[in-house]
Design a protein around this ligand. Structure first.
Ligand code: AMP
Length: 394
């Protein structure tokens, strides 16, 4: 059978990331980003092999961007596009796996909008535009939450009145599931362990950050909760704060809910702590030049990450390895070494040289001799979404 091509689409409110994945090729055939959708300088950037170009889509919305993108993808696939995989952030309790997109699935995703008001509406816009433009291709939704539907109740329930869970779905869902699943499977292959008989801690550290405990290929606990705000310090998100903070800021400063939401999601995290940037590269440079805020942001980030990993270890019967992934996890030897330095009680220790050289797409073990495995594993959510889409087409 000739190898198949899947177009993977990730729609945000003002952007669309895309990749054309061929099942037999490691590199994407076509990839790119449409950004600033809805503004006068909306633009679609794409690259294919050595070639790259940008197309202006004045005041273009998602449909206009996809109308430009789909012929490009068809062409790059040699006219043989076998399906479209859509990333959907929240699948609630309804979706425990990827799903073919029919009317019932669409209804269920719409019903989940109150749980992810920032993300699911944009995902739905992309799905609706793409299914209209390309009605004959199979469309599949792959959910960020689905992998974590194996969490036991003691990990997913909040200590809140039962009715909030039963009637309103207030529980921990977890996100980044596609990445946690991809890297844990890769790690098991690298360590030559069967995924269904192995235990992993994962730190996915990008602009959003989360940890996960994975036992026998199943998520048993994760740091994000009802929304992607819970847990670790992130680029602009605070992660955990005292749940009374909302009340405190309203009573003492008169802040509205919108102000507080905005502050916690956009102005906090590395950016809030450093007063400088949400970008770890900039913070590392500034720290080297003696910037106190950047230095503090890095210390808090690593300590909170280590605390979360230690907490996740409660869900493991044994530790086969700690996995670092995401832009920071794959590239920052400093963050990895500072985090692991807090985890002496798990007997973790890094090999300095291996840690320093395993960056920029390299993968491999970085632990010191005779210490538990620590692996750097580049994530590839697009490939995992394409694989899930293909699995449903089979
Ligand atoms: P992602 O969302 O996975 O693309 O990750 C974005 C984050 O990775 C940003 O904070 C970047 O600063 C960080 N990052 C990328 N490259 C490096 C690097 N060489 N050193 C430190 N952080 C990096």
């Amino acid at each position: 059978m000739p190898s198949r091509n899947i177009l993977v689409i990730n729609c945000g409110s003002s952007s669309i990331k895309f990749a054309l994945v061929n099942e037999d090729q490691a590199q994407f055939t076509l990839s790119g980003l449409a950004e600033r959708l809805g503004s006068h300088d909306a633009v679609l950037h794409w690259q294919r092999g050595g070639e790259q170009d940008s197309l202006i889509i004045p005041y273009g919305l998602h449909r206009a961007a996809l109308a430009q993108l789909l012929p490009l993808a068809q062409d790059a696939a040699g006219g043989k596009l076998h399906g479209i995989g859509h990333r959907v952030v929240h699948g609630g309790e309804r979706f425990t796996n990827a799903s073919r997109l029919d009317e019932a699935a669409l209804q269920a995703i719409r019903a989940t909008v109150p749980l992810a008001p920032l993300h699911n509406p944009a995902n739905l816009l992309g799905i609706e535009a793409a299914t209209n433009l390309f009605p004959n291709a199979p469309h599949v939704a792959v959910f960020d939450t689905a992998f974590h539907q194996t969490l036991p109740a003691h990990a997913f329930r909040y200590a809140l009145p039962e009715s909030l869970y039963q009637e309103h779905g207030v529980r921990r869902y977890g996100f980044h599931g596609t990445s946690h699943r991809f890297v844990s499977q890769r790690a098991a292959e690298m360590a030559e362990l069967p995924i269904d008989n192995s235990s992993w801690l994962v730190a996915h550290l990008g602009n959003g950050c989360s940890t996960c405990a994975i036992v026998n290929g199943q998520s048993r606990d994760t740091s994000m909760g009802l929304t992607p705000l819970e847990g670790l310090v992130m680029g602009t998100r605070s992660g955990d704060v005292d749940p009374n903070l909302h009340g405190h800021l309203t009573r003492t400063l008169g802040w509205s809910l919108e102000q507080i939401d905005h502050m916690l999601n956009q102005d906090s995290g590395l950016l809030g702590l450093s007063g400088l940037s949400n970008d770890m590269r900039s913070l590392e440079q500034a720290r080297d030049q003696g910037h106190a805020g950047a230095s503090l942001a890095i210390e808090v980030f690593c300590y909170r990450l280590a605390k979360s990993l230690a907490a996740m270890s409660c869900a493991l019967p044994q530790l086969d390895g700690l996995i670092f992934t995401g832009g920071i996890g794959e590239n920052s030897a400093l963050i990895r070494s500072k985090t692991v330095a807090h985890l002496k009680l798990l007997n973790l220790e890094l090999d300095k040289q291996a840690n320093a050289r395993t960056i920029r797409g390299a993968s491999g073990p970085i632990q010191a001799h005779d210490h538990p495995r620590v692996l750097v594993v580049p994530t590839n959510e697009e490939r995992q979404i394409a694989l899930d889409t293909l699995a449903l087409l089979n």
